[in-house]
Unconditional design. Structure first.
Length: 287
């Protein structure tokens, strides 16, 4: 049985005066339908580059990407993208910003049906009372909720998220992580997200893809996260496997990022890792 998303030997190469600059190489990943995958790694390792190639917003230098049996070539409504900044049109209301995509994707539906779709997703993300507000009247977190609603409203085959909570304070970030995981669970859209935050990756993911340092970054290790859905943050943090996973990811980022160890599934860390106290820094240090 073939994977729903099949990324094979993906590479991104830029020309430079000193010769070809290889940003990402030999990136292989198979994702099953309905999985939530996160990609972590140090700044500059090419995480967002991979995501943008899947989105069709960056040209593929080598390799290929197949989604739902179709080879990808450029952007399309089958992929909903949420960026770090939601890039809303400032002169339109929250509702009209979501309707922009809905009107194009569901052009055979009636005006009332299209509005109902936009209103539903804005309400689900907690903006039912802010439909007519413009971006300038919304907080950063509320604007990002509009971006999430806009992506889900297209009912895409795949959701792509590029550090969507990176600009938010911790409390707002936690709130929107819960909004995202609850909305994803309702729809089970196959998702790939780029993040620097190890705890965010554990809370959201079915699997975590760890990238080696660039240049010429590739998949170093893949960590399976077996916590059942629906997920509760407090329950996960109390689970004995939580700090084992966390310690293993931090170890990769701090020590093993330069190793190219293939696509191994990471075993659980030693039992004594679970006895380590929580670390105050939630985001793994960047290079």
């Amino acid at each position: 049985m073939s994977a729903y998303l099949d990324i094979s030997q993906l590479a991104k190469i830029y020309p430079s005066p000193k010769g070809p600059a290889v940003i990402v190489q030999n990136f292989d990943l198979k994702v099953e339908q309905g999985e939530f995958i996160t990609v972590i790694g140090h700044s500059g390792c090419g995480k967002s580059t991979v995501l943008m190639m899947v989105a069709g917003l960056s040209e593929i230098s080598e390799g290929g990407i197949i989604l739902a049996g179709k080879e990808l070539d450029g952007p399309g409504p089958d992929r909903g993208v949420v960026f770090q900044s939601p890039s809303l049109l400032p002169w339109l209301s929250a509702l009209d910003n979501v309707l922009l995509g809905v009107n194009q994707v569901f052009n055979s539906a009636t005006k009332a049906e299209r509005r109902a779709i936009a209103e539903y997703y804005l309400t689900v993300v907690g903006l039912g009372d802010a439909l007519d507000k413009r971006p300038g009247e919304l907080s950063q977190g509320m604007r990002q909720r509009v971006g999430i609603a806009r992506a889900f409203a297209l009912k895409p085959k795949m959701l792509l998220l590029d550090e969507p909570f990176g600009m938010l304070d911790s409390l707002t970030r936690y709130e929107l992580q819960q909004v995202l995981v609850d909305l994803w669970r309702r729809n089970r859209i196959t998702a790939m997200m780029v993040t620097h935050d190890v705890d965010e990756a554990i809370f959201l993911s079915d699997r975590i893809v760890c990238m080696t340092d660039g240049p010429a970054a590739e998949v170093g290790e893949i960590v399976e996260v077996n916590f059942p859905h629906p997920r509760d943050r407090a329950a996960i943090m109390e689970h004995p496997d939580y700090y084992r996973l966390r310690a293993r990811l931090i170890e990769f980022l701090e020590i093993h990022a330069h190793r190219r160890s293939g696509h191994a599934v990471v075993p659980a860390a030693p039992a004594d890792a679970a006895d380590q106290p929580p670390q105050p820094e939630l985001i793994a240090p960047a290079a």
